[in-house]
Design a protein around this ligand. Structure first.
Ligand code: ASP
Ligand code: MG
Length: 428
């Protein structure tokens, strides 16, 4: 008998039928003799709808009230799920994040979990109940207010519960079968990975893979939680995310695979590129530019500086950032144009980022050559390059991204024999 934490995303509890299907899955685990704790997201697109509603009554909703509003989405699904389990003859009890002891920082909309005190959850488990916890929310002790953890925060709720309760596994259910070597919607020959290391998962998630949220993976790695990402729509084994020293549970080895050099190819269309043209090539200019950009709240990813033209002593600096940050960054930079002394700004939101991730890169050479060769053969132009120890990323035209991902996937020998199953969902 094990203690299992399960997390169901919004697409898994989108309507009454899906809630009943999830209830059945939970009851199956209970019948098998396991203790079950469930973290649940808001139904379908509820969170987006609540955000739209808020925007209709106030241009900038008060953060405290927005968290009150958004946290209600998860309350709906947790109560319905508990009821559905009752009607199957099993005991279940739902708890808000605050009742579950999710103690967070006070930052509305992006609170971090600082402590979990699951006293009531343990009591309910001891009494034989399935425990359902509203994902994505918590409570701050100083302000005594309800907080939310940021979009996709229910993954983190689940992992934090698994850590606090010392669960055997944290199963994260969505509408995809696990972690794939690429987004199957972009690369049909993508394969499901039986395992992925936590560090690879972090790089994949940071570079566009949407199945798991970075914060949840970080939390799991730090607290030694075993994540199993799998699908609500099938009973097959998904992907285990292994931190240092972790291993797959016995009997779950599944299809054995040789340790690949490259774990996967991630694609990201959410970034834009800003080029600062004609920057005086003297010390301190990059510092000035990126101080201004940082103050605008933008999260800069890649940076490239060209060699300066000998005739002018000026250079161009390009960087990428989330599209949603670019308006603020452009405005902030434009305000200091004469002060910094650059000529102009160019904004390009038609870029795509492709990243190749694999722990094997540390010990293998030629990994980047394979990438560049594949892109060159297919005529895709590279605009920017950046690397980490286990990742190579390139910026290409957004229109080229899907084709680039397919050829690169093939070049690293990642293609499966058959096309991947894609359920009609969002990947959440
Ligand atoms: N309901 C929240 C969201 O849509 C949290 C989650 O789904 O994990 O972002
Ligand atoms: Mg959601």
């Amino acid at each position: 008998m094990a203690l299992i934490v399960q997390k169901y995303g919004g697409s898994s509890v989108a309507d009454a039928e899906s809630i009943k299907r999830v209830a059945k899955r939970i009851v199956d685990a209970r019948r098998a003799g396991h203790d079950v704790v469930v973290a649940v997201s808001a139904m379908g697109d509820t969170t987006d709808e609540l955000l739209e509603l808020a925007a209709e009554v106030a241009p900038i909703p008060a953060p405290r009230e927005l968290d009150m509003l958004l946290s209600s989405g998860e309350r709906i699904s947790m109560a319905l799920l508990a009821m559905a389990i009752h009607s199957m003859g099993f005991e279940a009890r739902s708890f808000t994040g605050s009742q579950a002891g999710m103690i967070t920082t006070a930052d509305h909309g992006s609170a971090r979990i600082v402590d979990v005190t699951p006293i009531r959850l343990r009591e309910a488990l001891d009494e034989g109940a399935v425990v359902i916890v509203a994902g994505f929310q918590g409570f701050n002790r100083d302000t005594r207010d309800i907080t939310t953890l940021g979009r996709g925060g229910s993954d983190t709720t689940a992992v934090a519960l698994a850590a606090a309760l010392d669960a055997d596994v944290c199963e994260i259910y969505s509408d995809v079968d696990g972690i794939f070597t690429a987004d199957p919607r972009v690369v049909p020959k993508a394969r499901k990975l039986p395992i992925v290391s936590a560090e690879e998962m972090l790089e994949l998630a940071a570079n566009g893979a949407k199945v798991l949220y970075i914060r949840a993976v970080e939390y799991a790695r730090r607290h030694g939680v075993l994540i199993h990402a799998r699908s609500t729509f099938s009973s097959s084994t998904g992907t285990y995310v292994l931190g240092a020293g972790m291993s797959i549970p016995d009997g779950e080895e599944g299809e054995k695979m040789e340790e690949p050099i490259v774990a996967g190819v991630a694609t990201d269309l959410s970034q834009a590129k800003i080029t600062v043209i004609g920057v005086p090539d003297v010390p301190g200019k990059a510092a000035e530019i990126f101080k201004v950009v940082a103050r605008s709240g933008a999260n800069v990813d890649m940076i490239v500086q060209n060699v300066s033209a000998a005739a002018t002593g000026r250079t161009d600096i390009s960087f990428t950032l989330p599209k949603s940050d670019s308006a603020a960054a452009l405005k902030a930079l434009d305000a200091v144009r004469s002060e910094i002394g650059f000529d102009s700004l160019v904004h390009d939101d038609q870029i795509g980022k492709l990243s190749v991730v694999g722990a094997g890169m540390r010990t293998h050479s030629g990994v980047s050559a394979t990438l560049f060769e594949a892109l060159s053969v297919s005529g895709v132009n590279i605009e920017m390059i950046s690397t980490s120890e286990i990742r190579i990323s390139v910026v290409v035209r957004g229109d080229d991204l899907a084709e680039a991902a397919r050829v690169v996937h093939t070049a690293y020998g990642l293609d499966g024999d058959v096309d991947a199953t894609v359920y009609a969902g969002s990947g959440r």
